[in-house]
Design a protein around this ligand. Sequence first.
Ligand code: TYD
Length: 206
Amino acid sequence: MAQGKFISFEGVDGAGKSTHVGAVAQYLRDRGLHVVTTREPGGTPLGEKLRELLLHEPMHLETEALLMFAARREHIAQVILPAIQRGDWVISDRFTDASFAYQGGGRQLALDKLQSLERWVHADLQPDLTLLFDVPLEVARERLSSGRALDKFEQEKDDFFQRVRDVYLMRAHSFPSRIKVIDSTRPVAEVSAQVEQCVTALFDGQ
Ligand code: TYD
C-alpha cells in the first residue's frame, strides 16, 4: 500500500493557520483519503501534558527546546509514523520549523543545538509539504488582540515575533520545494485558494 503524506502548518501566532487545518483535511477526505489532524506541541496524551507546561510555565530556553523535541519524539512514534505507514495523510498544526523559528529565532538558542535535536529525533523524516502562513507583525498582533487570554509565547514582545517571522522566511528560502509561503494577509477565501493549489500539487504528484 502507498505511504501517506505529511503536511505541516506554520506561522507566527496570529497568522491564521489554524483556520485552514480543517478545510485542508476536508479537501483531502473529499478525495477519498484518510486524514489525521494533529498538533504540536501535543498530539499525544503525554505531549498534551507537556504542551500545558510549555505554554504556561516559565523555564530555561534549553529546557523549552528539549521538551518540544521530547513531545515531538512521542508524537512521531505514536501518531505520525504509524499513520503514514498505514497510508493515511497527516496534517500537523506546527512541527520542527516552529522550533527553529521560536526557540532558534525568538529565543536565540544556537542553531547547532536545534540541528542536533532534529537529527536525533527525526533524521529520516520531514514533512512532504509545509505551508507557511505569513503576515507582517502588525497584522499578527491585531489578530491576537481579540480578547482571549494569551499564552507564554503570545505575550512576547514585537522583536521576538519579528525574529520568529524572519527565521520562518529564511527557512522557506532554504527549502523552497518543501516550504510554501502563503500570503495570509489576503481574505480567507483567497488564502484557501493558495492553500488548495499547494495541496493539489502534492496530491497530483503522488
Ligand atoms: P499554537 O500552535 O499557536 O496554538 P494556538 O493556536 O492554540 O495558540 O501554539 C503553540 C505555541 O507553541 C506557539 O506559540 C509556538 C510554540 N512552539 C514553539 O515555540 N516551538 C515549537 O517547536 C512548537 C511546535 C511550538
